[in-house]
Write a protein that binds this ligand. Structure first.
Ligand code: NDP
Length: 279
């Protein structure tokens, strides 16, 4: 019998590494609530968890995975190296600490959280990531919040292309130019704040399309991401929403509906500007 988990499409990051296209984000989930929230997500069927050293809840994510009884190979776990840990040795040390907090032997995806151009250490940090992957401690390596010039530079200087770039992306900030750059370079696009932190759910166009499918605005926006080819990691601490956001595999947006959402782009960020964000 097929389980809810079987419905999640998988995208290839490397020949032997696939990421579930729908995952579960835990930014701003308080550490003391994270184990319960992640346990709920795993029960609902999610098998991809997105944490970061900076979220201070890696330990609780690890505990939920260990307590779930799921085999390690069934759960895809991403964590990230934060801005003050850039540099070859610092990045490797930060990674080992993340691994210890998660109580894992390896992570599935490790990301440079922000490029921090002011420190100019992201190429060196990327070199450390390449070594961690070669050592088998990380199955795939990628970046987050990288602009085209940062991507081009690490590829030119190391010859290794990130598997994925996790960036702010939602109906009001669609990143068409960056997505095109990803296609050129063979990088998968992963959307953070995919619901626009809830703002996208009030858009009348989204509400209308949702009603036409007897779905919710959140399900409609997640479906839009899936059909665009994005990896998508909505966050919720609310049990009903955790389940709702997973229930997105029984409908399809028509081309005209995809176009109507495309027209909502305002080019307006909610989060920090990657060119200037330091911490
Ligand atoms: P999201 O776009 O996922 O929105 C989360 C907000 O939407 C919460 O307030 C949540 O409320 C609400 N929400 C969730 N589901 C529903 C629903 N079905 N109906 C109505 N409201 C809903 O924003 P995030 O910023 O949390 O981004 C998601 C993930 O992306 C993060 O958890 C993190 O993993 C990642 N991220 C990465 C960043 C990076 O720099 N790499 C930066 C920011 C995020 P409630 O929880 O109260 O239910």
């Amino acid at each position: 019998m097929s389980s809810p988990t079987d419905q999640i499409p998988r995208i290839s990051l490397r020949p032997d590494v696939e990421i579930p296209q729908l995952g579960f984000g835990v930014f701003q989930v308080p550490p003391d609530e994270t184990e319960e929230v992640v346990a709920r997500a795993l029960s609902a069927g999610y098998r991809h968890l997105d944490t970061a050293a900076a979220y201070r809840n890696e330990a609780a994510v690890g505990q939920a995975v260990h307590a779930s009884g799921l085999d390690r190979s069934e759960v895809f776990i991403t964590t990230k190296c934060f801005n003050d840990d850039h540099g070859r040795e610092k990045a490797k040390k930060a990674f080992k600490k993340s691994l210890e907090r998660l109580e894992l032997e390896h992570v599935d995806l490790y990301l440079i959280h922000w490029p921090v151009p002011a420190h100019d250490l992201y190429v060196e940090t990327w070199e450390a990531f390449i070594e961690l992957q070669a050592e088998g401690l990380v199955r795939a390596i990628g970046v987050s919040n990288f602009q085209p010039k940062h991507l081009q530079r690490i590829v030119a200087e190391t010859g290794v292309t990130p598997a994925i770039n996790q960036v702010e992306l939602h109906p009001h900030f669609q990143q068409a130019g960056l997505r095109h750059e990803h296609e050129q370079l063979g990088i998968i696009t992963e959307a953070w704040s995919p619901l626009g932190q809830g703002q996208a759910l009030e858009d009348p166009v989204v509400v209308r399309i949702a009603e036409a499918h007897s779905k919710t605005p959140a399900q409609t926006v997640i479906r839009w991401h899936l059909q665009l080819g994005n990896v998508v990691i909505p966050k919720s601490v609310t049990p009903a929403r955790i389940a709702e956001n997973f229930d997105v595999f029984d409908f399809q947006l028509a081309d005209a509906e995809m176009e109507a959402i495309k027209a909502l782009d305002e080019g307006r960020r909610i989060g920090p500007d990657p060119d200037t964000f330091v911490r």
